[in-house]
Design a protein around this ligand. Structure first.
Ligand code: HEC
Ligand code: HEC
Length: 465
């Protein structure tokens, strides 16, 4: 800028200054026009575009878990990351009360603290750097909101990018500004700039490394029946353990840590009428952590189920248990047996086990180390193995599924193996399948079963005359 233009600009500025503009009514008038214009735009937008409305608020819904609006996500992410920090992570009030109060307090007090007349940005490096880092960190925390935290690579990168770098930057910049007052503006700008770039870099890395889990949802059930069946299968694995295959359980038995706990049956009106689909899905996603039901949803449990999977379970519960819905006719669990037919593991037993037993007898569960996830394990595993003996109607499994516990030889008052499944009864046709299967020697495939001689004698052939 040469002196000539400088003079011109100054002259014009003086002119304007002398002419003056009154706050009332001149400035107010301009403000009012602007406010009116924005108001009109809002009215037009809401009239012609609008936003989709959420379902109506339901005051009887006790399961509602309040969720932050998206513009608070950064704060929630901050709390989540803060909770991971050793030692101070446990001091909740520091993060929930003190830090936000300081932030808000500083904003309110800013006009009193910073009374410097300088407005030129070159003279205001410190506040601009602090604000810049704050904005970058709010944006990156918001973008990371969906990524689960935890002691994983992704979790650690998040903590560094979202907590450590901005924290250090605030401290270093404050020191430069107040303690080492001679720090040059350049150094400060570089500090702020490098921190911001690092934060963006870490955020980018986390987003790139984080595999969105929706991709896993390969098997998409399209028809209602497919959804119900998918929901039933998921329910069988994840919920039968505590709630039983029919949701009737009122006292948990056979689950470590929850032995004898009383729970409401989840297949009755009390639950089904008071929870709508959305709140039911939320109950499953969030669990009842205080009562012993862990969260099942991805949002609360990194290994959890997807939203779609939870919805299938809700659909299953609705259509099978809620008397306001028409119960669909589903394919039978296994093809019915004709007289003398020998069932096989693959065709008959596996689906039964999946429905009634796998929830407790799978890898990761103790339960006398009896795993029913494969054919071999079903035959061979277990503390009291084998629980299946070919041709023996007194096999432990057959006895317990018919409701008779097996006493402990060391202490006859206590059962060695309780009734199986502990809290529901198998239907007679299911027990019949197990019996026939054991009597025939537990064939694995349909071909194996067909190759066996039929146990019931053929009706005597009438001698030809
Ligand atoms: C480890 C045991 C356990 C498992 C597994 C479990 N739950 Fe629960 N569930 C509980 C307990 C305990 C309660 C009782 C909570 C209470 O009393 O407030 C409960 C309560 C419920 C409720 C009633 C909530 C309410 O508002 O009263 C529903 C619905 C429910 N569970 C559904 C499910 C579904 C669906 C699954 C499978 C995805 C499942 N649960 C898996 C232990 C479990
Ligand atoms: C609610 C969880 C649960 C379900 C469902 C369940 N079990 Fe069990 N099962 C247990 C527990 C717990 C044990 C350990 C013994 C005990 O405490 O009674 C066990 C033990 C067994 C054993 C003894 C294994 C050994 O070697 O000691 C057999 C056999 C068995 N279960 C069969 C079944 C069958 C078959 C089904 C399905 C029809 C089934 N269980 C369903 C919880 C369950």
């Amino acid at each position: 800028m040469n002196d000539e233009t400088k003079k011109k600009i100054n002259a014009r500025y003086e002119r304007e200054l002398n002419k003056g503009e009154r706050f009332w009514p001149d400035s107010i008038f301009k403000d009012a026009i602007m406010a009116l214009a924005i108001f009109l735009v809002l009215i037009l937008l809401s009239t012609f575009i609008g936003i989709p409305s959420d379902p109506k608020a339901d005051p009887s819904d006790t399961s509602y878990v309040p969720r932050p609006e998206w513009y608070f996500l950064f704060l929630f992410k901050f709390l989540a990351l803060y909770g991971q920090v050793p030692l101070i992570g446990k001091i909740e009030w520091l993060a929930t009360v003190i830090i936000p109060s300081i932030a808000v307090g500083l904003l309110v007090l800013l006009p009193f603290l910073d009374k410097g007349p300088a407005r030129y940005y070159g003279k205001r490096i410190f506040p601009i750097s602090i604000m810049g880092i704050m904005v970058v960190s709010m944006v990156s925390l918001t973008m990371l909101a969906d990524v689960p935290t935890g002691l994983t690579l992704v979790g650690i990168l998040q903590t560094i990018g979202g907590l450590v770098i901005p924290g250090l930057a605030y401290i270093v910049l404050t020191l430069m500004s107040f303690v080492f007052k001679k720090t040059s503006a350049k150094v400060m700008i570089w500090t702020a700039g490098v921190s911001a770039v690092l934060m963006v870099g870490f955020t980018g890395a986390v987003l790139a490394l984080h595999q969105p889990t929706a991709v896993e949802e390969v098997a998409v059930a399209t028809t209602l029946e497919e959804q119900i069946v998918a929901g039933q299968d998921l329910y069988a694995v994840h919920c039968v353990e505590c709630h039983g295959d029919d949701g009737k359980v009122t006292e948990i038995v056979g689950v470590e840590g929850l032995e004898g706990k009383l729970i409401p049956p989840i297949n009755g009106k009390d639950i089904l009428y008071t929870l709508n689909d959305a709140s039911m899905a939320e109950v499953i996603a969030y669990g009842r952590p205080d009562a012993g039901m862990n969260p099942f949803g991805k949002a609360y449990n990194p290994e959890g189920l997807s939203k779609g999977e939870i919805d299938y379970m809700v659909t299953f519960m609705r259509y099978m248990w809620d008397d306001r819905f028409e119960k669909p006719v589903l394919k039978p669990l296994f093809p019915p047996l004709v007289d003398g037919e020998i069932p096989s593991y693959e065709v008959h037993i596996a689906p039964i086990v999946k429905r009634y037993c796998i929830s407790c007898h799978r890898p990761g569960k103790d339960n006398n180390a009896y795993l029913m996830d494969t054919y071999e394990n079903t035959l061979k595993s277990g503390d009291n193995a084998p629980s299946l003996e070919a041709g023996n109607l007194e096999s432990a499994l057959l006895v317990t599924i018919q409701g008779t516990p097996i006493p402990d030889p060391a202490d006859p008052a206590k059962p060695l193996i309780g009734k199986m499944p502990p809290k529901s009864d198998l239907k007679p046709n299911v027990i019949d399948v197990f019996k026939r299967w054991v009597m025939a020697g537990m064939p694995q495939t349909a071909a194996d079963a067909a190759a066996l001689p039929t146990p019931t004698p053929e009706p005597p052939a009438t001698p030809k005359p």
